[in-house]
Write a protein that binds this ligand. Structure first.
Ligand SMILES: *Cc1c(COP(=O)(O)O)cnc(C)c1O
Ligand SMILES: [Zn+2]
Length: 394
């Protein structure tokens, strides 16, 4: 039963806005990208209502503690498996590498289905359920497919997952176990995306491709809310993010804007660092070349499936965030990731996804080049569990 207080605290979603051309879209109906210019749509909320941080007291330790700033209007449609509010863990036994920086991991590995994809998918599936959608299709490099399969099972809707054949078996097995339909494609996530798009149009499936659907971004932005809350509303100086489609990077940045509008944080922002793999380094290249869009990269195999995105759909927005934040972008090789996974596991007791471990090497490099200054507080996002990658790492 929903009481009055709960009703007062329902979502403050107002409409969807295109950050490129400004077109407003009705959030009460099904949306994909901007109907005018095909950009990703950003959900907007009524944040001028003088809401106090105190509303968070006693809320559940999941991302839905920020439900006012999430898109589900009627709480009965929230599909939650306990995603979010993940721990922040300081680097302990590897301090010889961190000098006088305070370096922390935000460890997303404990999320349902073992990665932070659970956040975006929980938001997208919940909103799809509220809008009456029955079948959801997704192109995935691995983790998003497993997450969709699980949340679709919980929601009682059908999931159809398109995944590169080369993805490790565990990512395929979990889709089957959660009852999703799995389609294996000889190619990268971009090839999967093209086929999903064709088949979805014919069959009338709803697609939740990265940043071509507005609400996965909303789920992932909750990392930004948590970073602020868990650091007692004082943001770190630098945040490292393993960038595939860039949803989390864009989402965290969006969260900080919303929190400033709410008056919960000030105007200080962390410098954002995008970390990519060698086969998919389009953002790194475009960033250093001063370009506003990225080129297609070869998209070949990497042990970090989550980074196997030949060209992010929202590359313009990613590059804008990196520049606005005075951030940086850096490439890490598969060998370096593999070394980092082992180093962190042996010394810290954390078995990370290669995507997360890549940040450790990126941090060390940017510290060695003095881009990271003494005394700075640094946050590294371990986006997934290493347990799903044993086939890749060993
Ligand atoms: C998907 C994924 C990423 C990349 O996330 P984006 O938001 O698409 O940039 C990084 N790490 C892991 C483990 C992933 O599954
Ligand atoms: Zn537009």
């Amino acid at each position: 039963m929903i009481n009055n207080i709960e009703l007062e605290r329902a979502s403050l979603l107002t409409y969807l806005e295109c950050p490129e051309c400004g077109t407003i879209h009705n959030a009460g109906v099904v949306n994909t990208v901007c109907t005018n210019c095909a950009s990703t749509l950003f959900a907007q909320y009524n944040l001028s209502t003088g809401i106090s941080k105190d509303i968070l007291t006693g809320r559940p330790a999941t991302m839905w503690r920020y439900k006012e700033f999430l898109p589900v209007i009627d709480e009965k449609y929230i599909i939650t498996l306990g995603e979010g509010f993940t721990p922040i863990i300081p680097v302990n036994n590897l301090k010889k590498f961190t000098g006088d920086n305070e370096v922390f991991w935000k460890d997303e590995s404990g999320n349902p289905t073992g990665s932070f994809k659970a956040r975006g998918i929980s938001a997208a599936v919940s909103k799809a359920k509220e809008l009456g959608i029955q079948t959801i299709a997704i192109p995935t490099a691995g983790n998003a497919g497993g997450a969709l399969a699980a949340y679709a099972a919980a929601a009682g809707v059908k999931a159809i997952v398109y995944m590169p054949k080369q993805t490790p078996k565990v990512f395929k097995d979990e889709c089957h176990l959660y009852g999703a339909e799995l389609v294996e494609i000889d190619g990268s996530i971009s090839d999967c995306g093209k086929l999903v798009n064709e088949h979805a149009t014919i069959n009338n499936w709803f697609q939740v491709s990265t940043l071509k659907e507005p609400y996965r971004l909303e789920g992932k932005k909750t990392m930004g809310y948590e970073i602020a809350e868990q650091f007692n509303w004082q943001l770190p100086d630098v945040i490292f993010y393993p960038t595939g489609g860039g949803t989390g990077l864009i989402g965290i940045w969006k969260a900080f804007d919303e929190l400033e509008q709410l008056g919960w944080i000030g105007s200080k922002r962390p410098r954002m660092v995008a970390v990519q793999s060698e086969s998919c380094d389009g953002i790194v290249k475009a960033f250093h070349a001063g370009q506003t869009v990225s080129e297609f990269t070869d998209g070949g195999f990497t042990i970090a499936n989550g980074l196997r995105v030949p060209k992010p759909y929202a590359d313009k927005v990613i590059l804008k965030v990196l520049r606005q934040s005075n951030g940086n972008a850096i490439t890490i090789s598969d060998e370096e990731m593999s070394v980092a996974v082992k180093e962190i596991a042996k010394n810290e007791g954390l078995l990370m996804a290669p995507e997360g471990a890549a940040l450790w090497q990126a941090y060390k490099k940017l510290k060695a080049s003095n881009w990271i200054q003494p005394g700075e507080k640094v946050l590294l996002l371990n986006t997934g569990s290493g347990y799903k990658y044993l086939e890749n790492i060993m």
